[in-house]
Ligand binder design. Structure first.
Ligand code: HEC
Length: 164
């Protein structure tokens, strides 16, 4: 009798845990790769050189892009749901005094989805390796992204400004 009950208990535990893992997948915080971002609005570009404290992580030539929803956000107090920004980092190449963008190091992406990313100001953060769609960071580092972007809380966590 006891044995039967234990078996039942084990069976229901298995059902519960598999449901829980399904649920986890459903709530996956993965930010999708921003297909076609190179044709979005170019916001700005900058070079982070060796004398910058950010060089080890962000050194190189970067370009920032915004999708249409994010563009609307620049006219509003905050960015609408579905806004996406891309920070596109290329290696720095110098040719006869001209600094150019070389190989792509990674792209950093921010997606506005207040329900999914409530704990990080309504923005999901993700990094993709080089020219691939492979994720470059884990959850811990996503928190690191937020810890720095939180400085821009007043601007809905966005550093960039659009100069028409
Ligand atoms: C040490 C601070 C710092 C950290 C850490 C950081 N960022 Fe940023 N991020 C910035 C700054 C400063 C800019 C603006 C750069 C510019 O204007 O050229 C920026 C710009 C961006 C942009 C363009 C939109 C905007 O806010 O201007 C995206 C997208 C972005 N970062 C994503 C990320 C992701 C994803 C991570 C984590 C993998 C991350 N950032 C980590 C400081 C940081």
């Amino acid at each position: 009798m006891y044995r039967k009950r234990n078996l039942l208990l084990i069976a229901s535990l298995i059902v519960c845990t598999s449901y829980a893992s399904l649920h986890l997948v459903e709530n996956d915080e993965t930010v999708p790769y921003p297909d076609g971002y190179r044709k979005w609005t170019h916001i700005s570009s900058a070079v982070i050189g060796p004398s910058s404290p950010a060089f080890s992580r962000f050194g190189g030539v970067h370009h920032i892009y915004a999708n249409d929803k994010a563009m609307k956000g620049f006219e509003m107090e905050e960015f609408p749901e579905g806004s996406v920004f891309v920070f596109d980092l290329l290696a720095m190449v110098e040719e006869q005094g001209t600094i150019k963008g070389g190989a792509r190091k990674f792209i950093d992406v921010m997606v506005k989805d207040s329900n999914r990313y409530d704990s990080t100001g309504g923005w999901g953060y993700q990094e993709f390796k080089g020219d691939t769609k492979e994720i470059n960071i884990g959850n811990l580092e996503r928190q690191t992204c937020f810890n720095c972007h939180v400085r821009q809380k007043k601007m809905d966590y966005v550093f960039s400004k659009f100069r028409p």
